[in-house]
Write a protein that binds this ligand. Structure first.
Ligand SMILES: Cc1ncc(COP(=O)(O)O)c(C=O)c1O
Length: 439
């Protein structure tokens, strides 16, 4: 009879063979092979890790989740990390934790949160879902980030937080924003879903504010298929985020925790009002929660992806630079993306805004590129307030939404992800030049 470890080794060797077979068949034919705006980049290691985890058959969140969180925490230099099943869930849990009645100074129903209308929808949605009032300020034209100079004007007695996005991996002006937050005692939530490995003033995005969120959907800097994370230096916010993710329960013990007394060692030692002495606190609910956990299988993929992150970032920056150098001479027709002097972006994509006076429209440019099989995407919601689901929300609009509207009309992005190699990049550069030199 075969030993399980031998069988497992054989299975994993076969998985590697499958990967290699597929890899051998991959080819790029300019104009015939689609160049995605983003996508998963992996090798046999991710496939083997996932199959290995399936063979463990742990299934629910467990040891791989813990290993992934430990590694991400160390990479970012932050105290706490929890995994969730998407970046959207990470945003929901983060806003929920700031509203939890268990924290010292929770945000209450009807209080205000400053954010941008040019956003990914599920950055704004949790503000509304938690009965808070979004107060929209405009973005900057070329960084696509919240215009920090407009934040103070939007502050009222009810303002409690700033929710910002490091748009497309481009760090927001964190020193100015953190100074305003300190002055007015506001929480800061960093949506870092597009900005893993981006830095501002030498410090990782997602480590400035009170709480930050990440997405591991395949389009993002690393992937788990679907997945996300919440990071914070606050133990209080971390515990409530875990509680909200895990049905709202009062304890922070992991599912399938080996210690029968839970992570805290006091599972049966508490007295809750109205409950019998020593009631199992795994089944006491201190928050109105959800279940937003990913599977351990997903986390096994994330662990391998984290190993590749530094290389991925290098390629993202290289691809961005080549595209930037190519497009620089067309600045009279295009607004090129700008990053701040203190920023070191790990670009998610390359945004382009067609100038009003150009002799072509965004639509002309996008259709040309798509016909050349170079994928394009709109910059998220453009102005979220124009979308049917958001038209009648209770909100405040602070000043004009000039550049958010401009994004809706004139902006799109193309890829810089590590799956774009030199051959693809050369083809992209050629096509961009061919189109732009006509005008
Ligand atoms: C800025 C931003 N926030 C949140 C999300 C939501 O992440 P997910 O797709 O994992 O729910 C995305 C997704 O692309 C995003 O770009």
């Amino acid at each position: 009879m075969k030993d399980e470890s031998i069988l497992r080794k054989e299975i994993l060797e076969r998985v590697k063979e499958v990967y290699n077979l597929r890899k051998e068949k991959e080819e790029f034919i300019p104009g015939k092979t689609r160049i995605h705006y983003s996508g998963r980049v992996f090798d046999e290691k991710e496939m083997m890790a996932v199959v290995d985890s399936v063979l463990d058959f742990w299934l629910t969140l467990g040891p791989k989740g813990k290993e992934f969180c430990d590694k991400l925490k160390e990479y970012l230099g932050i105290k706490n990390c929890l995994v969730v099943n998407s970046g959207s869930s990470a945003n929901l849990v983060s806003i929920g934790a700031l509203c939890s009645p268990n924290i010292d100074n929770p945000i209450k129903k009807g209080e205000e949160v400053i954010t941008t209308a040019m956003a990914f929808p599920t950055t704004v949605a949790p503000i509304i879902q938690n009965s808070l009032i979004p107060v929209f300020v405009d973005i900057e034209e070329d960084t696509y980030n919240i215009d920090a100079s407009k934040i103070e004007n939007a502050i009222s007695k009810k303002t409690r937080a700033i929710v910002l996005t490091h748009m497309l991996g481009n760090p927001a002006e964190m020193d100015k924003i953190m100074a305003i937050a300190k002055k007015y005692n506001l929480y800061v939530v960093e949506d870092t879903c597009d900005a893993l490995d981006s830095k501002y003033d030498g410090k990782h995005c997602g480590t400035f504010g009170d709480i930050s969120t990440f997405s591991f959907y395949p389009a993002h800097h690393i992937t788990m298929g679907e997945g996300g994370a919440v990071c914070t230096n606050s133990t209080e916010l971390y515990r409530n985020a875990v509680s909200l993710r895990d049905w709202g329960r009062a304890c922070f013990c992991q599912t399938g925790e080996a210690n029968p007394n839970g992570a805290c060692g006091h599972r049966f030692d508490f007295k809750f009002e109205g409950f019998p002495e020593g009631y199992d606190h795994k089944y006491v609910h201190s928050n109105i929660g959800y279940n937003l956990k990913p599977l351990d299988i997903q986390c096994s993929m994330g662990i391998e992806q984290l190993e590749k992150l530094t290389e991925f970032t290098k390629r993202r920056r290289y691809n961005f630079k080549i595209l930037y150098d190519c497009l620089k001479k067309y600045e009279d027709r295009l607004i090129l993306p700008k990053s701040l002097p203190k920023s070191d972006p790990a670009w998610f994509a390359f945004p382009l805004t067609v100038r009003e006076n150009a002799k072509f429209t965004k639509r002309d440019f996008v259709i040309y590129l798509e016909n050349k099989l170079i994928e394009t995407r709109s910059l998220f919601a453009g102005n979220i307030l124009k979308h049917p689901g958001y038209k009648n929300i209770e909100c405040k609009i602070s000043g004009e939404m000039k550049y958010s509207d401009q994004v809706l009309h004139n902006t799109f992005f193309i890829g810089v992800y590590p799956g774009i190699d030199n051959e693809k990049l050369d083809y992209m550069v050629k096509c961009l030049k061919d189109f732009l030199s006509q005008y």
